[in-house]
Unconditional design. Structure first.
Length: 407
């Protein structure tokens, strides 16, 4: 049986993977799942991966072991990688792709993590799961726990999450608490509830979630036939970009790809502790007290995964920058109107970020670039309606139509 442990990202102490732990009991830093890759036969892996459809579980040999017969799954992953020639030409990127992870079952990348995290929860025989969320995590956890028959509690910042996401958590039957505070306050309460009430936490501090999310990096390598030169990705709580880095690194270490990309983490200007730390060349973040941005999914002032994220971005030789809301909205419109893809504002931060990175000369226009579109636009219809032209009212007659078309 292959060795599988949890390892502290700071002091490297290891713990068995069937202990319920989110941080190192010795030094308090986060944990990651460590698989022993040294015994794996790359050619054999390539063969078995190719025999299965593109999906999270296509890569099951590189995922934590799940004891139950089949995982709690809704066919997550296998999302399209769009070649974006029209947008690429406009912004000056010759080989631009968008990985549309909003095409997952509940409309965001969170499903990749939840299929693994919720399967692990069932393995661990927990009965109740909990998360704090800016929306997508709660939608995904609510759906996967209903499939698994687990009780689900979600804590959202009151009045601050997009309607589509809230409706998902509600219809899947989660108990929804609207916390009078921001996401950071809700996550604090979740961590306390796990210690005092024994609820199993499925935020990105859960090391098994990250394992599912890393499969997006595997898919990109398989879809492109190689790793991209640069990956541009929105950053909120900081879990996803670290998961991508783990995925790209594992594929490279196994010889399944020749290189790994530089990772560029994009934050919204009003919620950018990580981008600020990079700008100051600091080793630590300074939390932002009252984060604010139209991209509510990444409205986070004190990202729990800040150290994982900074390590990942630095190791990849990338950086983190912030973009203003106006540029996020204009990127969202460009993607919708030039490529036909409807992505939510947080997801559009990656394209807004790329435009800046090209201007700054950080990314070269000849590079193979992948922007990650983390969530579907239908999640946040209000945001789209606010910034679009209103429907034009007409009478049901050709006269009225002709008159309206002339204006
Ligand atoms: N994009 C979308 C659409 C998101 O929902 C999130 C995070 C991110 C990007 C950032 O990912 O936190 O791993 O850096 N949403 C979380 C939630 C916080 O609760 O749904 P991250």
């Amino acid at each position: 049986m292959q060795k599988e442990n949890l390892r502290c990202i700071a002091c490297n102490r290891e713990y068995p993977s069937d202990e319920i732990l989110y941080s190192c009991p010795k030094c308090g830093n986060l944990l990651e799942v460590i698989l022993d890759l040294s015994q794996m036969d790359t050619k054999q892996l390539r063969k078995v991966f190719d025999s299965r459809p593109l999906s999270v579980w296509r890569y099951r040999e590189l995922l934590p072991k799940i004891r139950m017969k089949s995982p709690i799954s809704m066919n997550e992953g296998g999302t399209p990688l769009h070649r974006c020639s029209r947008l690429g030409e406009k912004i000056g990127a010759k080989r631009l792709y968008i990985k549309f992870d909003g095409m997952n079952p509940t409309g965001s990348f969170k499903d990749r993590g939840m299929t693994v995290g919720v399967s692990k929860a069932v393995d661990l025989k927990v009965k109740s799961v909990v998360c704090a969320s800016t929306g997508n995590t709660s939608a995904s956890l609510a759906a996967y726990s209903s499939l698994a028959g687990l009780k689900c509690i979600v804590m959202i910042p009151s009045g601050m999450i997009a309607l589509g996401k809230l409706s998902q958590a509600m219809i899947h039957g989660a108990t929804v608490f609207a916390v009078k505070g921001n996401f950071d306050d809700a996550l604090d309460l979740v961590m306390k509830s796990s210690r005092e009430l024994g609820l199993y936490v499925l935020n990105s501090v859960n090391p098994f979630r990250s394992e599912g999310q890393k499969t997006a990096a595997f898919e990109i390598c398989d879809q492109l036939g190689c790793a991209p030169d640069s990956l541009v990705i929105p950053v909120g709580n900081g879990g996803n970009n670290a998961a991508y880095w783990k995925g790209f690194s594992e594929f490279k270490d196994l010889g399944l790809s020749k290189s790994s990309p530089r990772i560029f983490g994009i934050q919204a200007e009003g919620a950018a502790p990580i981008a600020r730390a990079f700008a100051k060349k600091a080793n630590k973040i300074e939390p932002v007290k009252n984060p604010s941005t139209v991209a509510t999914a990444i409205k986070i002032g004190n990202p729990a995964n800040w150290l994982k994220t900074m390590n990942a971005i630095r190791s990849s030789k990338g950086t983190s920058i912030a973009v203003p809301d106006g540029e996020i909205i204009s990127a969202q419109k460009m993607v919708a109107q030039m490529e036909g893809l409807f992505i939510e504002p947080a997801a559009a931060a990656s394209i807004a970020g790329l435009i800046r990175l090209l201007d700054m000369g950080e990314v070269d226009k000849r590079e193979k670039i992948v922007c990650v579109a983390t969530g579907h636009g239908l999640k946040d219809p209000d945001a789209a309606i606010r910034v679009s032209e209103k429907p034009i009212e007409i009478e049901p007659s050709m006269k009225s139509l002709r008159a309206a078309l002339r204006n």
